[in-house]
Design a protein. Structure first.
Length: 234
């Protein structure tokens, strides 16, 4: 995605541009509300940075809006909260057309147990047990503000909002919740893994296909469009 956006922006600007993203997404992970910033002295109307850039992007990527921001704005470091959603299909038969857009588990899952486990992770903690070995963050401490687990028909959504996330943090948590949901471990295991701060004591990492960066929040002073409103239920 980043390469495609940089190429399209550079074509519109007539000079080589590079972007900084609000959050890193692995291959196979999706973003509904990624925010990027770039520096340029070139003057173009906002329509050029939106419709013009979109005309040069692949079908899987689209610019929704553009704003001029103060020099102190930074797509990553100015953000104070990020929301991710992990979408899981829970039925005996695997997905077909949506196979690259959903996680999947074939046996029934206990949503109430997963909800109990997720609640134990809310707050400020050392999330070393849920970071990948490739994570480059200086500190493993993060604050989860809200975490919901909700079923709608055959789909289960995990929605989590935090000040920031570690590499693979959401997918590793989703993997743990799946283990709890299929009765391989009690909900209290979430606290045990968290306090152990050892990634090897956790569950397998959930597949990337079901993960979405849903919203990034910035201080009101930057006057950016409001992100998608994530609904937290139960």
């Amino acid at each position: 995605m980043q390469d495609a956006v940089e190429h399209a922006l550079s074509q519109i600007a007539g000079e080589k541009l590079s972007v900084t993203c609000a959050g890193r997404t692995d291959r196979g992970v999706h973003a509904r509300a990624q925010v990027v910033h770039f520096d340029t002295r070139v003057q173009r109307p906002e329509s050029a940075w939106v419709r013009g850039v979109n005309a040069l992007l692949p079908d899987s990527v689209a610019v929704l809006w553009s704003r001029a921001v103060p020099d102190e704005f930074h797509a990553r470091f100015s953000a104070f909260a990020r929301t991710y959603r992990y979408e899981l299909l829970n039925r005996p038969v695997r997905p077909a057309l949506a196979s690259s857009q959903l996680g999947w588990f074939h046996l029934p899952l206990d949503v109430e147990r997963m909800r109990e486990a997720a609640a134990l992770l809310v707050g400020e903690h050392d999330f070393s047990a849920f970071r990948s070995s490739e994570c480059q963050a200086k500190s493993p401490v993060r604050r989860i503000h809200e975490f919901s687990v909700a079923r709608s028909g055959e789909r289960i959504d995990f929605v989590v909002r935090a000040n920031a996330f570690l590499h693979h943090m959401v997918r590793n948590i989703a993997g743990l919740l799946l283990a709890v949901g299929r009765h391989e471990a009690p909900p209290e295991w979430a606290r045990e893994v968290l306090e152990g701060r050892d990634r090897t004591r956790g569950a397998a990492t959930a597949p990337a296909a079901g993960l979405y960066l849903l919203a990034v929040r910035y201080p009101a002073a930057f006057d950016l469009p409001a992100p998608e409103q994530a609904v937290f239920t139960g």
